[in-house]
Design a protein around this ligand. Structure first.
Ligand code: 5GP
Length: 116
């Protein structure tokens, strides 16, 4: 994907496609995964589309990564008593399909053998 093609997450941020948004501020948005793999499965996404992977984000804007992690904890505090699995897929061979960095917040009944 070239930078001229907005990611599906940029289109959600722009309200061009719908999503169930559960948290938002000026830098971050969180919404329900369209294909949940547990009863809590929320994606937390920086609004900037500058970073594809968590390591790029860590190198480029560590403060934003810290704020993203804080939002994942806030969501888990609200929905799963603060307990959760935090997943960043990095690279296509690791299962990444959307190259706009995002954290999966997974909690509750994890089903059988799923790891996002
Ligand atoms: P990845 O595999 O890149 O780590 O995760 C991408 C996630 O985005 C997947 O879990 C997938 O279900 C989710 N996803 C893809 N397209 C959409 C969409 O249009 N809306 C929402 N809410 N989630 C999406």
């Amino acid at each position: 994907m070239t930078k001229s093609t907005p990611s599906v997450f940029s289109r959600i941020i722009a309200r061009e496609i719908p999503a169930t948004i559960v948290a938002e501020n000026d830098k971050l948005i969180a919404f329900e995964d369209i294909k949940p793999q547990a009863n809590v499965h929320i994606l937390v996404v920086p609004k900037t589309d500058q970073y594809s992977t968590v390591s790029e984000l860590a190198a480029g804007d560590p403060q934003l990564l810290a704020e993203l992690i804080a939002m994942t904890q806030q969501i888990a505090d609200e929905r799963s008593e603060g307990q959760y699995r935090l997943i960043f897929n990095s690279g296509a061979e690791a299962g990444q399909t959307v190259f706009h960095v995002h954290a999966h917040v997974i909690a509750g009944d994890l089903g059988e053998g799923t790891l996002v």
